[in-house]
Design a binder for this molecule. Structure first.
Ligand code: C2E
Ligand code: CA
Ligand code: CA
Ligand code: CA
Length: 279
């Protein structure tokens, strides 16, 4: 690389090196972050479109890096997934969020449901249901309060195994939502077979509402389908009142997005949503 001399190539090699370095840095840092409590859970409200009440919260992890500040999950979840660190990380998020919900319960704050993201690797664990229930028991939280969010692509990868895992979770009283729905090419016949409770329409379809005729048609069709399959529908990424109003016309039950509240640390979340109304 040195002989190449001319700027272009050397610059490129330097760039690659910086990227690889950053990755290694994150990987090592992530282990420490888990051990030293640098991972925080933020909470975003999910609201009922009929009455504007908070129907649940989604737990979203963040990394408060001692040197680099706050790092978002898009940057470190893929690394955690590749290295297997996602399993202890995911359980840390689940335990932290369950403890938070139990604490809100004790203080009389009404948060009916807690939604927690589950990665592909966690979902593939044969003893997943036992592991989740052990955490719920440890904290004394009813399984009926928990909804696990699993992406459409994760669930569809091994549809037969997935059906079995979903059955086991639901046999324990845990709800399941298909996250990022509409991005994973599942067919209606596959969807019909899945023992699930909720569909979360991906943000990319909500973005174009109400301007894009295609997005209006797609979201309308998904809403009709969810209704006919008896599934609850949650729209994510709702930022504008016009999107909320459209979602009401197609009888989408719940919505989540900046219009109702950004993901916030637990104490700030309480200040903003203590009244129970978000719309
Ligand atoms: P997701 O599960 O689809 O979560 C929704 C993402 O959309 C969150 O990004 C949230 O902050 C963002 N969002 C919410 N409302 C709006 C809105 O109105 N407009 C826009 N533009 N964005 C909105 P975040 O927190 O950066 O998380 C990104 C992804 O990282 C999540 O996507 C999820 O796939 C993953 N993730 C986050 N926490 C965890 C976790 O504890 N475990 C696992 N396995 N994955 C997680
Ligand atoms: Ca999610
Ligand atoms: Ca999502
Ligand atoms: Ca998404």
């Amino acid at each position: 690389a040195k002989e190449a001399g001319r700027g272009g190539f050397c610059f490129y090699a330097g760039e690659m090196n910086a990227q690889a370095h950053r990755r290694l840095d994150l990987e090592n840092g992530l282990r420490r972050a888990l051990a030293e409590g640098q991972l925080e859970v933020h909470y975003q409200p999910q609201v009922s479109l009929a009455d504007g009440r908070v129907s649940g919260v989604e737990a979203l992890v963040r990394w408060r890096h001692p040197r680099d500040g706050m790092i978002g999950p898009a940057e470190f979840i893929p690394i955690a997934e590749e290295t297997g660190l996602i399993v202890p990380l995911g359980e840390h998020v689940l335990r932290t969020a369950c403890k938070q919900l139990a604490d809100w319960d004790r203080r009389g704050l009404v948060v009916p449901r807690l939604a927690v993201n589950l990665s592909a690797r966690q979902f593939r664990q044969p003893d997943l249901a036992d592991r989740v229930c052990r955490i719920l028991d440890e904290i004394g939280l009813s399984s009926s309060r928990l909804e696990l969010e699993i992406t459409e692509s994760t669930v569809m990868r091994d549809a037969d195994d997935s059906v079995e895992t979903l059955r086991r979770l639901r046999a324990r009283g845990i709800s399941v939502a298909i996250d990022d729905f509409g991005t994973g090419y599942s067919s209606l016949s596959q969807l019909k077979r899945l023992p699930i409770d909720t569909l979360k329409i991906d943000r990319s379809f909500i973005e174009g509402i109400p301007g894009s005729a295609e997005d209006v048609a797609i979201v309308g069709a998904i809403a009709a389908m969810a209704r006919s399959l008896g599934l609850k529908l949650v729209a994510e990424g709702v930022e504008h009142p016009a999107q909320r109003d459209f979602l009401r016309t197609v009888e989408c039950e719940e919505a989540q997005g900046w219009l109702f509240g950004r993901p916030l640390p637990a104490d700030v979340f309480v200040c903003n949503h203590a009244s129970g109304r978000a719309v």
